[in-house]
Design a protein around this ligand. Structure first.
Ligand code: NAD
Length: 297
Protein backbone atom coordinates (compact mmCIF):
# COMPACT_ATOMS: atom_id res chain seq x y z
CA UNK A 1 0.00 0.00 0.00
CA UNK A 2 1.16 3.58 -0.63
CA UNK A 3 1.28 5.23 2.78
CA UNK A 4 2.10 8.86 3.54
CA UNK A 5 3.67 9.01 7.03
CA UNK A 6 3.76 12.41 8.73
CA UNK A 7 5.81 12.98 11.89
CA UNK A 8 9.01 10.94 12.04
CA UNK A 9 10.14 11.70 15.57
CA UNK A 10 10.98 9.34 18.42
CA UNK A 11 7.92 7.19 17.75
CA UNK A 12 7.14 7.80 14.07
CA UNK A 13 10.64 6.89 12.87
CA UNK A 14 10.40 3.31 14.16
CA UNK A 15 6.80 2.94 13.01
CA UNK A 16 7.52 4.14 9.45
CA UNK A 17 10.55 1.83 9.25
CA UNK A 18 8.38 -1.17 10.19
CA UNK A 19 5.82 -0.29 7.52
CA UNK A 20 8.60 -0.14 4.92
CA UNK A 21 10.02 -3.43 6.21
CA UNK A 22 6.58 -5.02 5.75
CA UNK A 23 6.68 -4.08 2.06
CA UNK A 24 4.59 -0.90 2.04
CA UNK A 25 5.62 2.03 -0.14
CA UNK A 26 6.14 4.63 2.62
CA UNK A 27 6.33 8.29 1.68
CA UNK A 28 7.99 10.15 4.56
CA UNK A 29 7.20 13.73 5.59
CA UNK A 30 8.42 15.79 8.55
CA UNK A 31 9.28 19.44 9.14
CA UNK A 32 12.78 18.21 9.99
CA UNK A 33 14.95 17.24 7.00
CA UNK A 34 17.15 15.13 9.28
CA UNK A 35 14.11 13.09 10.35
CA UNK A 36 13.15 12.50 6.70
CA UNK A 37 16.75 11.50 5.90
CA UNK A 38 16.70 8.91 8.70
CA UNK A 39 13.43 7.53 7.33
CA UNK A 40 14.94 7.22 3.85
CA UNK A 41 17.85 5.27 5.33
CA UNK A 42 15.26 2.97 6.91
CA UNK A 43 13.60 2.16 3.57
CA UNK A 44 11.06 4.97 3.10
CA UNK A 45 11.13 7.56 0.33
CA UNK A 46 11.07 11.31 0.88
CA UNK A 47 7.85 13.17 0.04
CA UNK A 48 8.37 15.49 -2.89
CA UNK A 49 6.10 18.15 -1.39
CA UNK A 50 3.08 17.35 0.74
CA UNK A 51 0.54 18.04 -2.02
CA UNK A 52 1.88 15.42 -4.41
CA UNK A 53 2.46 12.89 -1.66
CA UNK A 54 -1.09 13.32 -0.34
CA UNK A 55 -2.46 12.91 -3.86
CA UNK A 56 -0.84 9.53 -4.42
CA UNK A 57 -1.32 8.00 -0.95
CA UNK A 58 -3.92 5.32 -0.24
CA UNK A 59 -3.56 5.89 3.50
CA UNK A 60 -2.10 8.68 5.63
CA UNK A 61 -0.63 8.06 9.08
CA UNK A 62 0.34 10.86 11.45
CA UNK A 63 2.39 10.75 14.66
CA UNK A 64 2.51 14.35 15.87
CA UNK A 65 3.00 16.18 19.18
CA UNK A 66 -0.48 17.59 19.95
CA UNK A 67 -4.03 18.31 18.78
CA UNK A 68 -3.20 21.60 17.07
CA UNK A 69 -0.61 19.92 14.84
CA UNK A 70 -3.09 17.21 13.86
CA UNK A 71 -5.86 19.72 13.09
CA UNK A 72 -3.46 21.76 10.99
CA UNK A 73 -1.93 18.85 9.06
CA UNK A 74 -5.33 17.45 8.03
CA UNK A 75 -7.75 20.39 7.99
CA UNK A 76 -5.44 23.42 7.64
CA UNK A 77 -5.46 25.67 4.58
CA UNK A 78 -2.95 23.50 2.72
CA UNK A 79 -3.81 20.38 4.73
CA UNK A 80 -4.08 16.79 3.60
CA UNK A 81 -7.87 17.04 3.24
CA UNK A 82 -7.40 19.58 0.42
CA UNK A 83 -5.01 17.28 -1.49
CA UNK A 84 -5.84 13.62 -0.88
CA UNK A 85 -7.91 11.38 -3.14
CA UNK A 86 -11.52 10.76 -2.09
CA UNK A 87 -11.90 7.78 0.22
CA UNK A 88 -8.32 7.90 1.50
CA UNK A 89 -7.97 6.54 5.04
CA UNK A 90 -6.49 8.92 7.63
CA UNK A 91 -5.00 7.28 10.74
CA UNK A 92 -3.84 9.59 13.52
CA UNK A 93 -1.65 7.73 16.03
CA UNK A 94 -0.72 10.81 18.10
CA UNK A 95 -1.92 11.23 21.69
CA UNK A 96 -4.21 14.28 21.52
CA UNK A 97 -7.35 15.69 23.14
CA UNK A 98 -10.56 13.90 22.22
CA UNK A 99 -12.16 17.13 20.93
CA UNK A 100 -9.44 17.54 18.30
CA UNK A 101 -9.80 13.90 17.25
CA UNK A 102 -13.56 14.30 16.85
CA UNK A 103 -13.18 17.61 14.98
CA UNK A 104 -10.66 16.13 12.54
CA UNK A 105 -12.84 13.03 12.14
CA UNK A 106 -15.91 15.13 11.33
CA UNK A 107 -13.97 17.44 9.03
CA UNK A 108 -12.47 14.48 7.18
CA UNK A 109 -15.84 12.75 6.81
CA UNK A 110 -17.49 15.92 5.48
CA UNK A 111 -14.82 16.08 2.77
CA UNK A 112 -15.17 12.41 1.78
CA UNK A 113 -12.36 10.77 3.76
CA UNK A 114 -12.25 8.02 6.37
CA UNK A 115 -10.65 8.81 9.75
CA UNK A 116 -9.67 6.83 12.82
CA UNK A 117 -7.82 7.95 15.95
CA UNK A 118 -5.34 5.23 16.90
CA UNK A 119 -3.13 6.30 19.81
CA UNK A 120 -0.56 3.81 21.04
CA UNK A 121 0.65 2.26 24.25
CA UNK A 122 4.32 1.30 24.34
CA UNK A 123 7.29 3.62 23.99
CA UNK A 124 10.07 3.96 21.45
CA UNK A 125 11.31 0.40 22.02
CA UNK A 126 7.86 -0.99 21.09
CA UNK A 127 7.69 1.40 18.11
CA UNK A 128 11.01 0.04 16.86
CA UNK A 129 10.14 -3.59 17.56
CA UNK A 130 6.68 -3.32 15.97
CA UNK A 131 4.98 -4.39 19.20
CA UNK A 132 2.80 -1.34 19.95
CA UNK A 133 -0.75 -1.60 21.27
CA UNK A 134 -3.24 0.46 19.25
CA UNK A 135 -6.54 1.76 20.66
CA UNK A 136 -8.67 2.67 17.68
CA UNK A 137 -11.69 4.95 17.47
CA UNK A 138 -13.77 4.91 14.29
CA UNK A 139 -16.48 3.01 12.44
CA UNK A 140 -16.19 -0.77 12.23
CA UNK A 141 -15.47 -0.56 8.49
CA UNK A 142 -12.73 2.04 8.99
CA UNK A 143 -11.28 0.04 11.88
CA UNK A 144 -11.02 -3.06 9.64
CA UNK A 145 -9.22 -1.00 6.97
CA UNK A 146 -6.86 0.51 9.54
CA UNK A 147 -6.10 -2.86 11.09
CA UNK A 148 -4.44 -4.07 7.88
CA UNK A 149 -1.90 -1.25 8.11
CA UNK A 150 -1.48 -1.13 11.88
CA UNK A 151 -0.59 -4.83 11.99
CA UNK A 152 2.91 -4.03 10.68
CA UNK A 153 3.54 -1.73 13.66
CA UNK A 154 1.82 -3.43 16.56
CA UNK A 155 0.78 -6.70 18.10
CA UNK A 156 -2.47 -5.70 19.84
CA UNK A 157 -5.07 -3.70 17.94
CA UNK A 158 -8.29 -2.87 19.80
CA UNK A 159 -11.48 -1.26 18.52
CA UNK A 160 -12.47 1.10 21.34
CA UNK A 161 -15.62 2.61 19.73
CA UNK A 162 -16.41 5.63 17.55
CA UNK A 163 -13.98 8.43 16.64
CA UNK A 164 -12.37 9.79 19.83
CA UNK A 165 -12.78 6.52 21.77
CA UNK A 166 -9.14 5.58 21.10
CA UNK A 167 -8.00 8.78 22.82
CA UNK A 168 -10.41 8.13 25.71
CA UNK A 169 -8.96 4.64 26.24
CA UNK A 170 -5.41 5.97 26.05
CA UNK A 171 -5.78 8.73 28.66
CA UNK A 172 -7.77 6.53 31.05
CA UNK A 173 -5.09 3.82 30.78
CA UNK A 174 -2.25 6.27 31.36
CA UNK A 175 -4.00 7.96 34.28
CA UNK A 176 -4.30 4.52 35.89
CA UNK A 177 -0.65 3.82 35.09
CA UNK A 178 0.46 7.05 36.81
CA UNK A 179 -1.61 6.26 39.89
CA UNK A 180 -0.30 2.69 40.11
CA UNK A 181 3.29 3.88 39.65
CA UNK A 182 3.02 6.44 42.44
CA UNK A 183 1.38 3.86 44.70
CA UNK A 184 4.17 1.40 43.93
CA UNK A 185 6.79 4.04 44.79
CA UNK A 186 5.09 4.77 48.10
CA UNK A 187 4.90 1.08 48.99
CA UNK A 188 8.59 0.39 48.20
CA UNK A 189 9.68 3.52 50.06
CA UNK A 190 7.67 2.59 53.14
CA UNK A 191 8.83 -1.03 52.96
CA UNK A 192 12.45 0.15 53.01
CA UNK A 193 11.82 2.44 55.99
CA UNK A 194 10.22 -0.53 57.79
CA UNK A 195 13.33 -2.62 57.22
CA UNK A 196 12.32 -4.69 54.16
CA UNK A 197 14.77 -4.64 51.29
CA UNK A 198 13.37 -4.03 47.80
CA UNK A 199 13.91 -7.61 46.60
CA UNK A 200 12.16 -9.13 49.62
CA UNK A 201 9.16 -6.84 49.30
CA UNK A 202 9.04 -7.44 45.51
CA UNK A 203 9.10 -11.24 45.97
CA UNK A 204 6.15 -11.03 48.35
CA UNK A 205 4.01 -8.28 46.79
CA UNK A 206 4.47 -9.43 43.18
CA UNK A 207 2.81 -12.71 44.25
CA UNK A 208 0.22 -10.99 46.47
CA UNK A 209 -2.65 -8.60 45.84
CA UNK A 210 -0.42 -5.52 45.44
CA UNK A 211 0.93 -6.91 42.15
CA UNK A 212 0.65 -4.55 39.17
CA UNK A 213 2.47 -3.71 35.92
CA UNK A 214 4.29 -0.76 37.52
CA UNK A 215 5.83 -3.23 39.96
CA UNK A 216 6.54 -6.26 37.81
CA UNK A 217 7.61 -4.57 34.55
CA UNK A 218 8.84 -1.14 35.61
CA UNK A 219 9.73 -1.51 39.28
CA UNK A 220 10.65 2.00 40.51
CA UNK A 221 13.01 0.59 43.17
CA UNK A 222 16.35 -0.49 41.63
CA UNK A 223 17.14 -4.20 41.69
CA UNK A 224 14.15 -6.52 41.30
CA UNK A 225 13.44 -5.87 37.57
CA UNK A 226 16.83 -5.60 35.81
CA UNK A 227 15.47 -3.94 32.62
CA UNK A 228 13.53 -1.24 34.49
CA UNK A 229 14.65 2.42 34.16
CA UNK A 230 15.30 2.55 37.94
CA UNK A 231 18.48 0.56 37.25
CA UNK A 232 19.86 3.27 34.94
CA UNK A 233 19.11 6.23 37.19
CA UNK A 234 15.65 6.57 35.64
CA UNK A 235 16.70 7.28 32.07
CA UNK A 236 13.54 6.77 29.94
CA UNK A 237 11.63 4.69 28.96
CA UNK A 238 8.56 6.81 29.05
CA UNK A 239 9.47 10.32 30.12
CA UNK A 240 7.70 12.02 33.04
CA UNK A 241 6.97 14.95 30.66
CA UNK A 242 4.99 12.60 28.41
CA UNK A 243 3.08 11.24 31.40
CA UNK A 244 2.29 14.79 32.52
CA UNK A 245 0.97 15.60 29.05
CA UNK A 246 -1.40 12.60 29.25
CA UNK A 247 -2.50 13.47 32.82
CA UNK A 248 -3.35 17.01 31.69
CA UNK A 249 -5.41 15.58 28.83
CA UNK A 250 -7.16 13.27 31.31
CA UNK A 251 -7.79 16.18 33.70
CA UNK A 252 -9.41 18.31 30.97
CA UNK A 253 -11.50 15.37 29.76
CA UNK A 254 -12.62 14.57 33.33
CA UNK A 255 -13.65 18.17 33.96
CA UNK A 256 -15.70 18.20 30.79
CA UNK A 257 -17.29 14.84 31.55
CA UNK A 258 -17.85 15.79 35.23
CA UNK A 259 -16.02 12.64 36.34
CA UNK A 260 -14.28 12.63 39.74
CA UNK A 261 -10.57 11.79 39.35
CA UNK A 262 -9.01 12.77 42.69
CA UNK A 263 -6.01 10.45 42.35
CA UNK A 264 -5.52 11.49 38.72
CA UNK A 265 -5.39 15.12 39.85
CA UNK A 266 -2.97 14.27 42.65
CA UNK A 267 -0.77 12.37 40.21
CA UNK A 268 -0.79 15.36 37.87
CA UNK A 269 0.43 17.61 40.70
CA UNK A 270 3.28 15.23 41.56
CA UNK A 271 4.44 15.11 37.92
CA UNK A 272 4.09 18.91 37.78
CA UNK A 273 6.55 19.01 40.70
CA UNK A 274 8.96 16.88 38.66
CA UNK A 275 8.57 19.39 35.83
CA UNK A 276 9.22 22.31 38.21
CA UNK A 277 12.35 20.53 39.48
CA UNK A 278 13.59 20.23 35.88
CA UNK A 279 13.54 16.44 36.09
CA UNK A 280 10.64 15.66 33.76
CA UNK A 281 13.11 14.23 31.25
CA UNK A 282 13.55 11.28 33.63
CA UNK A 283 11.42 8.17 33.20
CA UNK A 284 7.98 8.50 34.82
CA UNK A 285 9.08 5.92 37.43
CA UNK A 286 11.59 8.59 38.54
CA UNK A 287 8.70 9.97 40.63
CA UNK A 288 10.35 7.62 43.16
CA UNK A 289 12.94 10.37 43.70
CA UNK A 290 10.16 12.78 44.66
CA UNK A 291 8.58 10.28 47.06
CA UNK A 292 11.99 9.66 48.65
CA UNK A 293 12.46 13.41 49.08
CA UNK A 294 15.46 13.49 46.69
CA UNK A 295 14.00 16.25 44.44
CA UNK A 296 13.66 19.91 45.28
CA UNK A 297 11.13 21.90 43.20
P1 NAD B 1 8.56 13.82 18.67
O1 NAD B 1 8.53 15.25 19.10
O2 NAD B 1 9.82 13.04 18.80
O3 NAD B 1 8.10 13.71 17.13
C1 NAD B 1 7.14 14.53 16.53
C2 NAD B 1 7.59 14.79 15.09
O4 NAD B 1 6.56 15.52 14.42
C3 NAD B 1 8.87 15.63 14.99
O5 NAD B 1 9.81 14.97 14.16
C4 NAD B 1 8.39 16.95 14.37
O6 NAD B 1 9.36 17.56 13.53
C5 NAD B 1 7.19 16.47 13.57
N1 NAD B 1 6.21 17.53 13.27
C6 NAD B 1 5.67 18.44 14.11
N2 NAD B 1 4.77 19.20 13.44
C7 NAD B 1 4.75 18.77 12.17
C8 NAD B 1 4.05 19.15 11.01
N3 NAD B 1 3.16 20.16 11.03
N4 NAD B 1 4.29 18.48 9.85
C9 NAD B 1 5.18 17.47 9.80
N5 NAD B 1 5.90 17.04 10.89
C10 NAD B 1 5.68 17.70 12.05
O7 NAD B 1 7.36 13.11 19.48
P2 NAD B 1 7.18 11.53 19.77
O8 NAD B 1 7.86 11.19 21.04
O9 NAD B 1 7.48 10.77 18.52
O10 NAD B 1 5.61 11.50 20.07
C11 NAD B 1 4.65 11.62 19.02
C12 NAD B 1 3.28 11.34 19.59
O11 NAD B 1 3.27 10.02 20.17
C13 NAD B 1 2.86 12.29 20.71
O12 NAD B 1 1.51 12.61 20.56
C14 NAD B 1 3.12 11.49 21.98
O13 NAD B 1 2.29 11.90 23.06
C15 NAD B 1 2.79 10.08 21.51
N6 NAD B 1 3.45 9.00 22.27
C16 NAD B 1 4.77 9.08 22.56
C17 NAD B 1 5.40 8.04 23.26
C18 NAD B 1 6.88 8.11 23.59
O14 NAD B 1 7.34 7.28 24.38
N7 NAD B 1 7.65 9.00 22.98
C19 NAD B 1 4.65 6.93 23.65
C20 NAD B 1 3.30 6.85 23.32
C21 NAD B 1 2.71 7.91 22.62
Amino acid sequence: MKILFIGLGHMGSGMAANLARAGHDVIAHDLSDAAVQRAVEAGCRAADGLAGAAGEAEAVISMLPAGRHVRDVYLGEAGIATRARQGTLFIDCSTIDGDSAIAVGEGAKARGFAFVDAPVSGGTAAAEAGTLTFMVGGSTADFERAKEVLGAMGKNIFHAGGVGAGQAAKICNNMLLAISMIGTCEAFNLAEKLGLDAQTFFDISSKASGQCWSMTSYCPAPGPVPGAPSNRDYQPGFAAAMMLKDLRLAHNAAEKAKAATPLGTLSESLYTMMEAAGTDDLDFSGVMKLIRGDLKA
